[in-house]
Design a protein around this ligand. Structure first.
Ligand code: FE2
Ligand code: FE2
Length: 333
């Protein structure tokens, strides 16, 4: 817990009337901005909070008060206040919070909207627009799953290694953050498709459709806030942690040996990498690039030797970092 943090004296440039502090009653915080309700649940805070303050509730739930206030105030006041908190948040609390948010989106919210969508539209093949809307939504769910599972497996594990004091030299958060993409745009597109092009069957009530649209609006805003929180608060904090751990390693004389100089890939080899990380087999790569399978195998051997990378997962990170592919184009292993 960061007991030394007091939001009011340390926030001179902000509008104090809207900054939450540790002394606020948590019931007032929830009432003033209902969208914080989900955030509070994602911190593992149970309702039935009585007149307890933010600090009292956080301490009872074993949640770092500063991190709670950082998330609440960024949600309330916008991304501009995030830099103030970057150095102060507790990374274990933040990672836990983001993991729970992923679980919420993947295991509840997106499935819940799909169920409501199925009730609201006629998905028989005779209604092609409805069929395509559902297909669009399913593809979107799979993109979100890919994005969040990647963060669970790669980013959060990276941060946990840093928290444990490990000077991680094979990955830097900037390699991911610069290609980190918000996931709300496609949902916005879906909403517009429904509004513009889906006409409910005759005699059907529009209530269910309006209701699912409302859920999509909420989910879109929630996903946007989640991604912005990662961009403005979490990733910069990870960067600071990386610097801190690296500095400690230097102080302790545990400096990583410098990597041997790396040979760069030819344009053809980059094309091969691009195909592989998109999930193509050797045969498909050969057909796609009009070369023989043997040539593909030779290129793959050379790529592995040059990069000293021997797995598709490793190649995938290399390809993202070096701008060969974008995150949403790849097949994660
Ligand atoms: Fe995320
Ligand atoms: Fe993300």
């Amino acid at each position: 817990m960061c007991a030394e943090f007091y939001a009011v004296p340390l926030l001179p440039m902000m509008n104090m009337s809207v900054s939450y502090t540790e002394y606020d009653k948590i019931s007032d915080v929830i009432s003033s901005q209902p969208s914080l309700l989900q955030m509070i649940c994602r911190f593992g805070i149970q309702l039935g909070v009585g007149d307890k303050t933010v600090r009292e509730v956080c301490e009872a739930a074993n949640v770092d008060t500063t991190t709670f206030l950082a998330v609440a105030n960024v949600m309330k006041q916008g991304m501009a206040v995030a830099p103030f908190y970057v150095e102060k948040i507790d990374m274990t609390t933040m990672v836990k919070h983001l993991k729970v948010a992923h679980e919420f989106f993947l295991d509840f919210q997106l499935l819940h909207i799909r169920r409501k969508l199925l009730e609201a539209i006629d998905c028989s093949r005779q209604n092609e627009v409805a069929f395509l809307i559902l297909k669009f939504y399913d593809e979107y769910m799979s993109e979100v799953r890919k994005h969040m599972e990647y963060e669970n497996r790669r980013i959060f594990v990276h941060v946990e290694r840093l928290i444990a004091g490990e000077n991680v030299t094979d990955f830097r958060i900037k390699q991911y953050s610069k290609s980190h993409d918000g996931m709300d745009r496609k949902l916005q597109e879906l909403k517009n498709i429904i509004i513009k092009y889906y006409t409910p069957s005759e005699g059907t009530s529009s209530d269910l459709l309006c209701n699912v649209l409302f859920s999509i609006y909420n989910c879109e805003a929630d996903l946007r806030a989640h991604c912005e929180m990662e961009d403005a608060l979490f990733f910069p904090a990870v960067e600071l942690l990386e610097e801190k751990v690296a500095a400690q390693a230097i102080e302790q004389g545990v400096v990583a040996k410098s990597d041997p100089p790396q040979e760069s890939l030819s344009d053809r080899e980059k094309e091969i990498v691009s195909c592989i990380v998109r999930g193509m087999t050797n045969k498909e790569v050969a057909a796609n690039l009009y070369i023989s399978i043997n040539t593909v195998l030779t290129h793959r051997k050379n790529i592995s030797r040059k990069l000293d990378i021997h797995s598709v997962s490793g190649l995938t990170i290399y390809a993202i970092v070096n701008g060969i592919v974008k995150l949403d184009e790849i097949t994660l292993q």
